[in-house]
Structure formats: structure tokens, C-alpha cells
Design a protein around this ligand. Structure first.
Ligand SMILES: [Zn+2]
Length: 385
């Protein structure tokens, strides 16, 4: 919890190039800038932003006449956090927001309140795609990318049709689910997986994959997946996997907090008392998670216990891959029930560091590495241009 708080302080002031800024010139003066490139912190920096674009970052940057000045002594600026695996269903918007698209925008506003300025929605309804199409980088909420609905067809034809429907609707990614849920359900057949990969190739869409097992991860890389969207959680990753991951250049997204959400509500979690959580937390959801019957079920849940073990495996693999030079990339799977958008991103950073990454590695994973994973060249760092 100490780590979580210190990261929260660090990210108290977050800015994304091109986001949340009106058409005008603003200078952010006197703070320190961690620019997301891997360079050292710039102390007593001046960062000038014109019409949503950074034009200067340095201790000696000139401030044009008529510039609005924001003093940031004692604060650290970092690039906005980029969640490469999130969900925006509209679950978290205020009760009086009725319109489905407005509810989705409400989720994106909540992410932004916690400094999460980009969310890649890996498996939500078609309305998300409509919101994505009508978005502008200057909107006061997190930037949105979307994979449309998760594809999990039982036959090649069904999977192909789902993939085509998503592609026709204008998605940025396709999202597959190859998992047997700890042996409790049927895994998507490989010929159906191949059908989706084929549509991805035809339409120029990368395929992000939900998975659990190492052998599936290897096969999916061979088949051309564009993102490992969860940790390998059954065993240590081996050299064969490391080599194929490095060769493919695709990103590996641990989503550690997904595991946490499966067991943490068995007892009242300590973060329910964290002001950084309670400030924006949805009270109905806290109430639901705090019901004695729900807590008892969670405490007794076999899958929760198994995912708790899987979390340890996930952390070990994250460190093995980071040390091997693989692009370990920030993503949380936050947004569904029990996974609070925004706060869970900070919990994820704390878990990445708790699992063995350095704070710098975790923050790079959430900024420039994540931007490159999503193919977004103009975000993820605080640099002129
Ligand atoms: Zn997900």
C-alpha cells in the first residue's frame, strides 16, 4: 500500500500530449518532468503546450507572450497512462446518465480522473465503436480504441462472422478468447482461431488474445496474434516462448489486477479506505462487493484461490520476460464488475513493482511502451512535437 500511495502522488499531475487541452498556449512551470523516454527526470522544468501539442520541455524553455501559466512546484509530470487492455461498458457512469454512449463516455471520464488518458477496449459492445468514431483527442476524457465484442465462436464460420461484423463496424483490433476457464469450459477450437487470424490479415487488423496456458501462447504467436493480452499463468515461460515473443515484437500484457479481482473481495480490502479510491469509487459497486453472501462466496471460491496462485506465476513470468528484453506492457482488464477503472491502473503499477519490476520499468510499460504497442506514435512521451 505504501508503494501504491507513492505512485499515486507521482501521478497526481498527468498530462498526455494532445489530450484534455483547449486550443491555446499553456506553460507548466516549476515541476519535474519524467518524459517517458527513459531519460532522467528534468527538474524545475517548463513545458509549453500550444493547441494541444507540446512545443518545448526544458528548464530554459521560452514562454510566449500571453501564455497561461500553471505552477507545479513539488509535482512530477508524467505522460498519461495508456491501458492496452481495458473495458468500457458504461457500467461506471452516474445513475442519471441514461444514453448508452454517454455512459461509455462516463467510464472514459473516470479513467481520465486517475490519469489514464488512453484505453484500448478489448471486448465491449458495438456502442463503444460508435463512441470511438465520434471522439476527438481534445475531448476531456480518455482516448478510446476498440476491438468490439470478444470473438469466441465454436466453429470457423461463427468466428469468421463475428470477426467480419467487428471489422465492418470499424474496430481497431480484433479480440479472441482462447481459454477453458481453469478446465471448466470448452476452449475455442484452433480452426476457429485461424479463421479470425485470416480476417485480421485480410482487413489489416491485429488480433489480441486472451489466454492462460503457455502452450496456447506459443501456438498463438505462431499463428500471428498481435498481442498477448493476459499473463501466461500455468507455468514458467521458457526460452522457446521468449525467443518467439522477441522475434514477433508483439506486446505482452500481464493484467495482474484481473487476478486480484477474483479473490480480493473475500474479505474487506484495505483499499476501500484509501481516499484515492473513495474519491471517485462507485458506491453501489462497493455495497455489492461488501454483501456478506458475496464475500462468503468469494472467500470459498475455488477459482479465486486458483487465480491467486496464478497471480504469483504471472508476476514471475512478467519479470522473466522483462529481464529478457520483451515488451512487457501495461494493461489491467479493468472496467468489468469489481475492477474499478482508474484506481486499478494504479494498483497494477504497484503490483508490477511489487512483482519485481523497477518503478521506471513499470512506468515505461504504461507510457511509451504501451503507445508503441498500440501503434500510437504521438502519445506516451512528453516531448516536443
Ligand atoms: Zn479483458
Amino acid at each position: 500500500m505504501i508503494r501504491l500511495r507513492s505512485l499515486s502522488t507521482l501521478t497526481a499531475v498527468l498530462l498526455a500530449a494532445g489530450s484534455n487541452l483547449e486550443a491555446q498556449t499553456t506553460a507548466y512551470v516549476g515541476g519535474s518532468v519524467w518524459d517517458g523516454t527513459g531519460a532522467s527526470i528534468i527538474r524545475n522544468a517548463t513545458m509549453v503546450v500550444e493547441d494541444g501539442r507540446i512545443t518545448a520541455v526544458s528548464p530554459s524553455a521560452e514562454i510566449p507572450a500571453g501564455t497561461e501559466i500553471v505552477f507545479l512546484e513539488g509535482k512530477v509530470l508524467i505522460p498519461g497512462l495508456i491501458n492496452t487492455h481495458g473495458h468500457v461498458s458504461g457500467r461506471w457512469a452516474a445513475e442519471d446518465v441514461v444514453d448508452e454512449q454517454d455512459r461509455i463516455r462516463g467510464d472514459l471520464e473516470l479513467f481520465a480522473k486517475y490519469g489514464v488518458t488512453t484505453v484500448n477496449s478489448l471486448g465491449d459492445g458495438l456502442a463503444v465503436i460508435e463512441v470511438r468514431k465520434s471522439s476527438s483527442p481534445l475531448d476531456p476524457r480518455a482516448r478510446l480504441l476498440s476491438a468490439g465484442a470478444v470473438i469466441a465462436g465454436d466453429t470457423p464460420e461463427a468466428a469468421r462472422n463475428q470477426a467480419l461484423a467487428n471489422a465492418d463496424a470499424g474496430v481497431d483490433w480484433l479480440k479472441l478468447r482462447v481459454d477453458d476457464n481453469l478446465g471448466s469450459s470448452r476452449k475455442m477450437p484452433w480452426d476457429a482461431v485461424q479463421a479470425v487470424m485470416n480476417i485480421g490479415n485480410e482487413r489489416g487488423l491485429r488480433v489480441a488474445t486472451h489466454l492462460f496456458y503457455l502452450e496456447d501462447a506459443k501456438r498463438l504467436i505462431d499463428m500471428g496474434t498481435g498481442m498477448i493480452a493476459h499473463s501466461v499463468r500455468d507455468t514458467d515461460v521458457d526460452q522457446e516462448f521468449i525467443d518467439s515473443l522477441l522475434e514477433s515484437g508483439i506486446c505482452y500484457v500481464p493484467t495482474l489486477t484481473r487476478e486480484v479481482s477474483t479473490y480480493i473481495y473475500g474479505t474487506r480490502p484495505g483499499f476501500f479506505d484509501d481516499e484515492f479510491f473513495t474519491e471517485y469509487a462507485n458506491e453501489d459497486e462497493i455495497e455489492r462487493l461488501s454483501e456478506p453472501a458475496y464475500m462468503e462466496r468469494t472467500l470459498a471460491s475455488a477459482s479465486g484461490a486458483a487465480y491467486r496462485v496464478a497471480l504469483v506465476q504471472a508476476m514471475e513470468n512478467m519479470v522473466i520476460l522483462q529481464d529478457a528484453g520483451a515488451p512487457v506492457t501495461f494493461g489491467t482488464d479493468a472496467g468489468p464488475a469489481g475492477r474499478f477503472p482508474g484506481y486499478f491502473e494504479h494498483m497494477e503499477l504497484a503490483l508490477m513493482v511489487g512483482g519485481g519490476l523497477t518503478p521506471t520499468q513499470a512506468l515505461l510499460a504504461a507510457t511509451s511502451v504501451a503507445a508503441s504497442c498500440l501503434g500510437l506514435d504521438d502519445i506516451g512521451t512528453l516531448e516536443p512535437g
